[in-house]
Structures are given as structure tokens and as C-alpha cells.
Design a protein around this ligand. Structure first.
Ligand code: NDP
Length: 298
């Protein structure tokens, strides 16, 4: 789903959601299976509330059941773990997602690791991370899997390409690197201690920026013709739009990089819309795997 040098993640995500919807229709018809996604929100962080609302709406739109649990900000770890236990045991729940960030009194990794790996549609459980790293059948974190789908759609076979991933978080950078390695790229993972980052980036056929620093990657960091995937979502002041106004920018200086790159994802409208679409895809995958049903190709 690509127009010229711009990779249209919004359009690709819409296509993926529609394919998920068709797969769900098939599961209901042939197996009487309507997958269910449970989303747990602790506290009332405004951004998290918006994400959870969008996730629920798109889950229902794809024909699946959406189960929402909202807990107060002062929820204890014990209470949250008890809820995870109930969701693990609930046959109607195929996917469990705990919205991050969690309040400070809760150990996020302990909660993520309490989720049944078979229902871990965010792919953050240590078992799924281990399976991804060792080439097993993992549920894979949504944002990097979305990036891989966009890259394959644009470039086809990625074999032999040099991919540079800037960022090494467990949520984006590391799983992105594993996915690109699995797709036979030669992978370099860069981070805050990397020496001469611009020179490193200039070697990339595929450059993935997942840093969280507005427009850090400049046009002259990009090799001519490279494919640039900008994962960053940063809200910055936009005085030109009026006092107190803001806009979203990525980790890449878009106009500069677009002039050099062969293809690039915009922000917004690139990687962002892929995350929920892949979450729905992962829920279908989890629902099928748990029951020994062949996973539809999505
Ligand atoms: P983290 O803060 O967890 O990780 C950032 C990474 O960037 C770290 O590995 C850090 O290195 C590296 N980094 C920081 N500064 C520099 C620098 N100056 N030079 C090189 N590397 C640097 O962020 P996330 O991975 O969670 O997210 C990254 C971005 O992606 C954010 O903008 C976030 O909003 C966005 N995002 C978007 C999603 C979506 O589209 N749906 C989903 C998830 C994230 P070190 O390890 O050395 O500290």
C-alpha cells in the first residue's frame, strides 16, 4: 500500500483490519469461534484512555468481542494479578492486553509475565520474546511486526539488506531487530552509546528509528534510495498553528529524509495506525493456535 516514496500505513492498516474481519467471519461460520480481546486499563492517563477506546472500537468493528477492565489508579499489584489470573482462565478471552504505562506501585514486567503466553497478544511475555529470538512460533509485539509488514509490502524479499535499527527497547527496537534478522537482513542495532550514529545510519538500506527524540534523524543520515521507517511519536510545540498548539512529529526529519529516501513512513499516518491492526491480527492468531485451528494468512 505505497504511493511514490510515501508508505501509506493508514491505508495498509485499513486493508489488514478488513482481512482480519473476513477471517473472523470465517471462524464464526466454520468453527463457531468469535475471538475475544480483553484490555486492562489501570488509572486514567488521558492518552491511554484514548488508545483503549480505539482498541475496543476496532476490535468490535472486526467482529470480535471486546472485554474492558478499568481499574483505579491505586490498584495493588495483587489485585491486578488476580484479574490476570481470571482472564487467563476465561475461555471466552483469547487475547489479554495490559495498557502501559502502569502506575509506579506495580511491577510491569511481573504483570506482563503473569499473562498466559498463549493469550499474550502484545508479545511482551518473556516466553514470546524468547520464542521470537530463537525462531519459534511467537506472538510478536505489534508495532515492530507492523513495521515488518510495511517493509515486506514495499520491498518484497528483504534478504541481504542491511537494516539499522536505532533504539533497543524491549517493545520496539529489540523485537524489530529479531524480525529483520528472521527476514534475512544483516542487522545493526544502534542506541544512545553508538559512536558516530549518522555514519552508521548512512550504511542502512533499511533505517528504522525508534528513539523518542523529535526529528533526530536528519536527511544527511539517510543513504540515497534507502527505506526509512519512523516509529517515533513526539508531540512538539507548533506556534505557527497558534498559541499553545502542538503537532506530532516522528524521530526522523521528514522533509529532509523524504528528499533522499526511496520510501519513508510519515508521522502521523505511517507506523502508528499499524499497531492496533496488528493487535487484532495477533488476537485471531492466538484464538486459532489455542484451539489447534490453522491460522489464516493475514
Ligand atoms: P524507549 O525510550 O524505551 O527507547 C528508546 C531507545 O532509543 C533506547 O534504546 C535509547 O538508547 C535510544 N536512544 C535514546 N536517545 C538516543 C540517541 N540520542 N541516540 C541513539 N539512540 C538513542 O522508547 P520506545 O522504544 O518505547 O519508543 C520509541 C519511540 O517509538 C517513541 O517515540 C514512542 O512514542 C514510539 N512508539 C510508537 C508506537 C506506535 O507507533 N504505535 C508504539 C511504541 C513506541 P539506550 O537504550 O542506550 O538508552
Amino acid at each position: 500500500m505505497s504511493t511514490g516514496g510515501i508508505i501509506d500505513g493508514k491505508a495498509f492498516a485499513a486493508g489488514l483490519r478488513s482481512r482480519v474481519g473476513q477471517a473472523v467471519d470465517g471462524l464464526i461460520r466454520e468453527h463457531g469461534l468469535k475471538p475475544g480481546l480483553a484490555v486492562v486499563l489501570v488509572g486514567d492517563d488521558p492518552a491511554s484512555r484514548v488508545y483503549v477506546r480505539n482498541k475496543a472500537a476496532q476490535t468490535v468493528e472486526a467482529g470480535m468481542n471486546s472485554i474492558e477492565h478499568r481499574l483505579p489508579d491505586d490498584t495493588t499489584q495483587e489485585t491486578l494479578l488476580a484479574l490476570i489470573g481470571e482472564l487467563n482462565a476465561d475461555e471466552a478471552v483469547d487475547g489479554i492486553l495490559v495498557q502501559l504505562p502502569l502506575p509506579g506501585q506495580i511491577d510491569a514486567q511481573a504483570v506482563l509475565d503473569a499473562i498466559d503466553p498463549a493469550k499474550d497478544v502484545d508479545g511482551f511475555h518473556v516466553i514470546n520474546a524468547g520464542r521470537l529470538a530463537t525462531g519459534g512460533a511467537a506472538l510478536v509485539p505489534c508495532t515492530p511486526l507492523g513495521c515488518l509488514l510495511l517493509l515486506k509490502d514495499r520491498l518484497g524479499d528483504l534478504s541481504g539488506l542491511h537494516a539499522v535499527v536505532v533504539g533497543r527497547s524491549n517493545i520496539v527496537g529489540k523485537p524489530m531487530a529479531q524480525l529483520l534478522l528472521g527476514a534475512n537482513c544483516t542487522v545493526t542495532v544502534a542506541h544512545s552509546r553508538t559512536r558516530d550514529l549518522p555514519a552508521m545510519c548512512r550504511q542502512a538500506d533499511i533505517l528504522v528509528a525508534a528513539v523518542g527524540r523529535p526529528e533526530m534523524v536528519r536527511g544527511d543520515w539517510v543513504k540515497p534510495g534507502a527505506t526509512v521507517i519512523d516509529v517515533g511519536i513526539n508531540r512538539v510545540p507548533a506556534p505557527d498553528k497558534g498559541e499553545g498548539k502542538t503537532r506530532l512529529v516522528g524521530d526522523v526529519a521528514f522533509a529532509e529524509a523524504a528528499a533522499v529516501a526511496g520510501a519513508i513512513t510519515p508521522v502521523p499516518g505511517g507506523v502508528g495506525p499499524m499497531t492496533i491492526a496488528v493487535l487484532l491480527r495477533n488476537t485471531v492468531e492466538a484464538a486459532c493456535r489455542r484451539r489447534g485451528i490453522a491460522v489464516p494468512t493475514l
